[in-house]
Ligand binder design. Structure first.
Ligand SMILES: Nc1ncnc2c1ncn2[C@@H]1O[C@H](COP(=O)(O)OP(=O)(O)OP(=O)(O)O)[C@@H](O)[C@H]1O
Length: 333
């Protein structure tokens, strides 16, 4: 089990309401990612679910049971922190066993659970080492191991990969996804990195200033962002926005087009411009183009596209991939 429901939950620190009334339903077994810019309230929301912060008003239910005032240890949830929070003087084995020992389980049961977790996480060969003798990725796996042995109804991850270098992050991302596939336990994962959100989530919750801007699958958010904020936040490189009179469609004050939905030609096209920067990534080419009337637009072309800074090009947007927004920033469908 691992269904979590937030019903009109708010959080106020002093006089500042950082979470206005918020409803959210997390299904059993789902991988849910909270994503949003720094300070939007992601960690606060996770800590409210964990019970590390008290809600100001509203209710939390876990598996149908009221949990608003339940002590953190009694919620059946396991939190994995960015800082790993390992005990430096204890071996990997003792670190993983710690919550079981605290719970007073028999030694034989502890041994078995630690062994199984170590196997799942490829830590079997490291059980006698101390955290200081491990790489960042291995330490993160120990922290996850300590969560796994508790057999929680949900795992809560607070930016678990932000201390790792880029290559290791990609690896750990895959490992956590695989872990979710095999355990099928609810996971709630906080990140400010929309690529992590897109690649890992069943369901993404986009937060902005404590408010839920949109909830949906990664492709829902990519294909049909509800508003300008989600449109600009999800997708890399970012969606281009064209403002004002150029947004020809009635009611629309802003038109959005993703870089991958703009064709580039050196001969002819809808919008003429000059390449201000060309980023040759090998797999694709990103062209930042200073257009005559629409400001700078970014286009992404598959593979190599041999133009340089200063080259004259023409851009043609794919009409059916254009997004239109009204004066309030809401998508027009
Ligand atoms: N204990 C606290 N007392 C007062 N204000 C707080 C406290 N904890 C968080 N806040 C404020 O609440 C808001 C949300 O913070 P939170 O840490 O949840 O954001 P976040 O989205 O996780 O940000 P980041 O990605 O930078 O960690 C921020 O404006 C923050 O300053």
């Amino acid at each position: 089990m691992g269904e979590i429901v937030l019903d009109q939950v708010t959080k106020t620190f002093g006089h500042v309401q950082v979470i206005p009334p918020l409803d959210l339903q997390i299904e059993d077994g789902e991988f849910v990612v909270f994503v949003g810019p720094s300070g939007c309230g992601k960690s606060t929301l996770l800590r409210l679910i964990a019970g590390l912060e008290d809600v100001t008003t509203g209710e939390i239910r876990i598996d149908g049971e009221p949990a608003t005032h339940t002590a953190p240890a009694k919620r059946g949830l396991a939190m994995v922190f960015q800082s790993y929070a390992l005990y430096p003087h204890m071996s990997v084995k003792k670190n993983i066993a710690f919550p079981l020992k605290m719970a007073g389980l028999p030694q034989s049961v502890i041994e078995e659970k630690v062994e199984n977790a170590a196997k799942v996480l490829n830590l079997t060969d490291y059980l006698d080492r101390r955290p200081g003798q491990l790489s960042g990725g291995q330490r993160q796996r120990v922290a996850i191991g300590r969560a796994i042995v508790r057999e929680p109804s949900a795992f809560l991850f607070d930016e678990p990969l932000s201390n790792l270098d880029a290559a290791l992050r990609v690896n750990m991302r895959l490992e956590i996804s695989e872990l979710h596939n095999s355990l099928k336990t609810t996971m709630i994962y906080v990140t400010h990195d929309q690529v992590e959100a897109m690649t890992m989530a069943d369901k993404i919750v986009v937060l902005n200033a404590g408010r839920v801007e949109q909830v949906g699958s990664p492709l829902d958010l990519y294909n049909a962002p509800r508003n300008l904020f989600v449109a600009g936040f999800i997708g890399s490189p970012k969606m281009n926005f064209i403002e004002g009179e150029t947004a020809e469609a009635h009611r629309a004050t802003t038109v959005g087009i993703r870089p991958e939905h703009i064709a580039v030609s050196t001969d002819a096209g809808s919008w003429a411009g000059v390449v201000s920067v060309a980023e040759h990534l090998g797999s694709d080419t990103l062209l930042h183009v200073q257009t005559e009337n629409l400001g700078t637009l970014t286009a992404r072309v598959d593979g190599e596209f041999s133009v340089r800074h200063g080259s004259r090009v023409f851009l043609t947007p794919q009409e059916d991939k254009m997004h239109r927004f009204d004066a309030r920033g809401l998508a027009i469908r």
